[in-house]
Design a protein around this ligand. Structure first.
Ligand code: C5P
Length: 223
């Protein structure tokens, strides 16, 4: 008998741990994980590199195509053959990604690509801000992960420290709050708790506890 596989969508604000959870779930079930945020980051990176005005949607969108992007098996991201895996995590890129994410044509192009990709597999995990209701509305399991901004800022600073990056708590907190505001208040596909999503407040949870909470819900769906 063929093993049952489900598709999973995870939404939530910046720095809540969606990617960490998605990677853990992908490993546990041998599923494929694609982070929609990476596409916004790649496009923002390309726009900044080419000095394109971040308010010019048409120019930003004309400056990239999917063939330019390669995601390797070890999750490295190549853009026009340049390894940009680390570069797109920089705060400057995070903020620029939030700015260009308000443009509908950019969103449509990204969503189309991810939806085509998701069609090819059973057992995909997509994370983002609109993954549960726009990218993968037919997902079998939908999560909204939440943690208060202070907790998220603390986690980010610790994560940076582990990677040898010095970061300032107050600055990180400010940046998180700005991105929350932009993501929740834009006109097109804002961050929200969509219908059918299971909301998990991870503010007082360890990584393992967060994973267990999601794992149980997925197992139920697989019964
Ligand atoms: O998830 P990540 O932090 O990598 O995403 C970077 C930015 O891209 C977010 O702050 C958000 O503005 C935007 N984004 C979005 N919709 C998605 C994924 C990301 O608007 N589905």
């Amino acid at each position: 008998m063929k093993e049952k596989r489900v598709n999973i969508a995870i939404d939530g604000p910046s720095g809540v741990g969606k990617t960490v959870m998605a990677n853990m779930i992908a490993k546990k079930f041998n599923y494929k994980f694609l982070s929609s945020g990476n596409f916004y980051r790649i496009i923002a990176y390309n726009a900044l590199k080419n000095n394109i005005d971040l308010t010019n949607e048409a120019l930003i969108n004309e400056a990239w195509k999917f063939e330019d992007i390669k995601i390797l098996d070890d999750d490295s991201i190549l853009f026009k053959n340049e390894d940009i895996t680390k570069k797109i995590r920089e705060d400057k890129i995070s903020r620029s990604a939030s700015i260009i994410a308000k443009f509908p044509l950019i969103r449509q192009k990204i969503n189309k690509f991810i939806q085509e990709y998701a069609k090819k597999f059973r057992g995909v995990i997509i994370d983002g801000r609109d993954a549960t209701y726009r990218i993968l509305p037919e997902a079998d399991v939908k999560f909204f992960l939440y943690a208060n901004p202070e907790v998220r800022a603390k986690r980010r600073v610790n994560q940076d420290k582990e990677m040898g990056i010095e970061s300032n708590y107050e600055e990180v907190l400010k940046s998180i709050k700005i991105r929350d505001y932009e993501d929740m208040n834009r006109a097109v596909d804002p961050l929200k708790v969509s219908e059918g999503s299971v909301m998990i407040d991870t503010s007082n949870m360890t990584v393992q506890e967060n994973f267990e909470a999601m794992y149980k819900i997925i197992l139920k769906e697989l019964e």
